[in-house]
Design a protein around this ligand. Structure first.
Ligand code: PLP
Length: 407
């Protein structure tokens, strides 16, 4: 008899964005005359940078000729991209990352979701609340839940991110083994400072814990005092894995390309007390379950690091950040408190009421779709996330409508 994985029963019934999509669909059926503006899901709207498109086309053309055709590539990514990443994203900022520590993939979502497979089921896992729901759900799927806990976060250790702490996660009261950090954070937009990150690195060292550092929104950091990589903190190479994505950096949400840095110094312990290299384990995992990112996509990603590519990608992020400023200013002028939107494409709003109720209000009366904070964890209650990923005119119109409803 075929039986289901019982851990799936521990998952919340609906994934956040599916629930939002259902409600939007129902609204559209009832009010087809309203032209909705989506500032909900974090998908980009601007086309790929021209430098990437050119390299993408050239990569496809190479596949059209027998002399330059390529079949399976290295599971870890082509050297040309791994080297460009190590040089431009890390070494140019004085950070030690070698090309062979970079694992290219088809997305941070899968890398982050898959990485926990390397660890024992009974480790204690600390996850910020609120945060990108993939961290919680993938640990629930893996069975890291203690029985009897009522909320959907199960036996995981919540790291509260209170407004008083700038929405940054607080150290746990109990010992933990695996720590997820997201900076700039989705959904709050909070970006961890150097002293805050330093504190987490020291904590992880003392606990012999590992940090999974999700820097998917690194390209939006504009404050020079803020760290872009956890490896800017001395000692982090031994205890942190970092995830980066081209999705928001360069509009690759549909193209799919990302990478994970697993330093050679990074390890975890076996039951007999020996320390094992995570680089080796991840390499083994990827070689077994993953067959690499397509050649033209990796050429398109490499083009991000050319002088034109860097300029174009910077301009893309600047455009979204300008949208975020419009949202922030609009919300603040309505007397609501908000955070984020300065080093991040997300503005996190204290709704002063239930987050699904506020979501419903903006949908029904302003025709604007946002994301209810409660979907990111219990700590997101009373908040909504507004995303800057849309065209300028749409963002301006959305803010006019919101001002009309709330003003
Ligand atoms: N990490 C965070 C915090 C995200 O918000 C997202 C996507 O929204 C991802 C990772 C996934 O990115 P990718 O498109 O590379 O799978």
């Amino acid at each position: 008899m075929i039986r289901v994985n019982p851990h799936h029963a521990a998952l919340p019934a609906r994934y956040l964005f599916a629930e939002v999509a259902d409600r939007v669909r129902a609204f559209r059926r009832r009010r087809p005359e309203v032209e909705l503006i989506s500032l909900g899901i974090g998908d980009v709207t601007e086309p790929l940078p021209p430098a990437c498109i050119r390299a993408f086309h050239a990569g496809v053309d190479e596949l059209a000729a027998a002399a330059s055709f390529r079949g399976y590539g290295p599971e870890q990514g082509y050297d040309f991209l791994r080297e460009a990443i190590a040089r431009h994203d890390f070494q140019a900022r004085g950070v030690h990352v070698d090309a062979d520590e970079v694992f290219v993939s088809d997305g941070s979502k899968c890398d982050i979701g898959n990485f926990q497979e390397l660890f024992a089921t009974d480790i204690r896992v600390a996850i910020p609340d609120p945060v990108y729901p993939v961290y919680v759900d993938t640990n629930l799927m893996a069975g890291r839940v203690s029985a009897g806990k009522g909320n959907h976060r199960g036996g995981l250790v919540d790291l509260p991110c209170p407004a008083a702490n700038g929405y940054a996660p607080q150290l746990p009261q109990e010992p933990v083994d695996l720590i997820y950090l997201c900076s700039p954070n989705n959904p709050t937009g909070a970006t961890m400072t150097r002293p805050q990150l330093q504190q987490w690195v020291e904590y992880a060292r003392a606990q012999r814990a590992l940090i999974l550092f999700d820097a998917a929104y690194e390209a939006f950091i504009r404050d020079d005092a803020l760290p872009h990589s956890i490896y800017e903190i001395p000692g982090a190479r031994e205890l942190a894995v970092e995830f980066r994505s081209y999705s928001k950096t360069a509009g690759f949400t549909g193209v799919r390309c990302a990478y994970t840095v697993v330093p050679r110094d990074c390890g975890a312990w076996q039951d007999d007390g020996t320390r094992v290299s995570l680089h080796g384990l991840w390499n083994r995992r990827q070689s077994t379950k993953f067959n690499g990112v397509s050649y033209p996509v990796q050429r398109a990603a490499e083009a991000i690091y050319t002088p034109q590519g860097r300029q174009q990608v910077r301009a893309l992020a600047d455009g979204y950040l300008a949208n975020a400023r419009i949202i922030r200013e609009g919300i603040t002028s309505l007397g609501l408190r908000c955070a984020g939107g300065d080093n991040s494409p997300y503005v996190w709003i204290d709704a002063g009421r239930d987050s699904w109720e506020f979501f419903g209000l903006l949908l029904e009366q302003a025709g604007v779709v946002c994301t209810p904070g409660a979907g990111f964890g219990p700590g997101g209650r009373g908040h909504v996330r507004i995303s800057a990923f849309n065209q300028r005119a749409r963002v301006e119109l959305a803010m006019q409508r919101i001002a009309h409803v709330l003003g």
